[in-house]
Write a protein that binds this ligand. Structure first.
Ligand SMILES: Cc1cc2nc3c(=O)[nH]c(=O)nc-3n(C[C@H](O)[C@H](O)[C@H](O)COP(=O)(O)O)c2cc1C
Length: 372
């Protein structure tokens, strides 16, 4: 199966299945001499780890990462830094219960990739979804932890802004709240509503979708490229490649369709710091596929978890009609654990574009304001 790699210069290749012995990735193209410890990567992985609250699957995976190549302790102070060679990361799968798979082996779970993998390859690893399982996204998070360090001063943060029909009040947005509730929600009041709402969904064995927002600050102007290397196109593709994602918006996104040209114009004034001052950010920090220096803002919609308790109609491998439901452990809202995954994907795209920018413009950095 091809397409296990993304990125051009900052290049991430993942491998492994949900119920195989391990999952892992190779990050190639990371510049040398960047301090990098397992603890830093682990910090991001712990945000995605299952079983941390009653609102995520009770599957117990410690997701303990090991760096197996690409780092070395530098002589001067003993600090572990990247060497510029490929960085190998590995996580052992420790909760792959050996159970009876006869129930799902020949039946296609609606909303899952069972039918499509079978119809494309003629074979599929049906244990926990195999390669199509979101377990793979742990390696994206691990790679993202490295990517964050490639762009100096960049901060990438994500939040859950809508669960089912319940939206946050953007006036209450407080990034410090994101770590205070199990939903990565920046609005403390909305988080309380989410808790009641999701308890009902969870107890009934159902599931619900969500909208997530990722904001990247400290991204220099000039990253990206015209035409086929557009930063917004690459961000959209990266977010869309996450399991269960069905929609992506940059800046005002679909909301821009309701604006007039006057409302949508991000007016510019001369700032005091030698950079233009934008009076708004409807564009989400990208114009013509190139970053403006404003925060990059992307949102994505995650569908409800497909594994639910109510039986759903389906077919089996041999063409018969049947029904399917999931007894086991599942996330009632996969959007929650997708927050760190979205952050990681955007960090990887920005690290890649940062390195490509240097290749595209060489050593001469055009500087605004220009003399003539
Ligand atoms: C972090 C995360 C965890 C997920 N966990 C589950 C799960 O427990 N049960 C489930 O049915 N789907 C889960 N999914 C979604 C499925 O992996 C995904 O819907 C399925 O592979 C089909 O792919 P598609 O929805 O991208 O088309 C999860 C997605 C993410 C991002």
């Amino acid at each position: 199966m091809s397409h296990n790699t993304f990125g051009h210069l900052f290049r991430v290749t993942t491998f492994g299945e949900s119920h195989g012995p391990a999952i892992g990735c190779v990050v190639d193209g990371c510049p040398p001499l960047i301090p990098l410890s397992e603890a830093e990567i682990q910090r991001d992985l712990d945000k995605r780890r299952p079983g941390q609250s009653r609102y995520t699957t009770q599957r117990q995976e410690p997701d303990q990462v090991r760096i197996i190549s690409g780092v070395f302790a530098r002589e001067v102070d003993g600090e572990q830094v990247t060497t510029g060679t490929s960085i190998g990361l590995l996580i052992d799968n420790v909760d792959q219960r050996s159970k009876d798979y006869s129930e799902i082996k020949d039946k296609y779970r609606p909303g899952h990739a069972d039918f499509t993998y079978d119809v494309k390859y003629g074979i599929r690893d049906y244990r926990g979804g195999g390669r199509s399982s979101a377990r793979e996204t742990a390696m994206r998070v691990a790679a993202g932890a490295i990517a964050r360090k490639v762009v100096p001063g960049m901060v990438v943060r994500g939040a859950l802004v809508q669960m089912g029909p319940h939206k946050i009040d953007r006036g209450n947005w407080d990034w410090d709240e994101v770590g205070n509730n199990p939903f990565f929600c920046p609005d403390a009041k909305a988080a309380e509503r989410f808790a009641d709402y999701l308890d009902g969904i969870r107890k009934s064995g159902s599931s619900i979708g969500a909208v997530l927002e990722v904001v990247a600050e400290g991204v220099p102007a000039g990253l990206g490229a015209p035409i086929y290397g557009k930063l917004d196109a690459e961000i959209a593709a990266a977010l869309m490649s996450i399991n269960a994602v069905k929609g992506v918006e940059i800046g005002d996104g679909f909301g821009a369709a309701e604006l007039s040209g006057e409302e949508n114009a991000d007016e510019m004034r001369a700032g005091n710091d030698g950079k233009p001052l934008f009076l708004s950010n409807h564009a989400g920090g990208i114009l013509g596929g190139i970053s403006t220096g404003q925060p990059i803002v992307a949102r994505f919609a995650v569908k409800p978890t497909s594994s639910i308790l109510s039986p759903r109609a389906t077919v089996n491998r041999t063409g018969g009609e049947t029904e399917m439901f999931t007894k086991g452990r599942h996330d009632p809202c996969v959007g929650i654990r997708a927050v760190p995954v979205g952050e990681a994907m955007i960090a990887c795209v920005l690290a890649d574009q940062y390195l490509r920018h240097r290749a595209q413009v060489g050593v001469i950095e055009p500087r605004w304001p220009f003399e003539s």
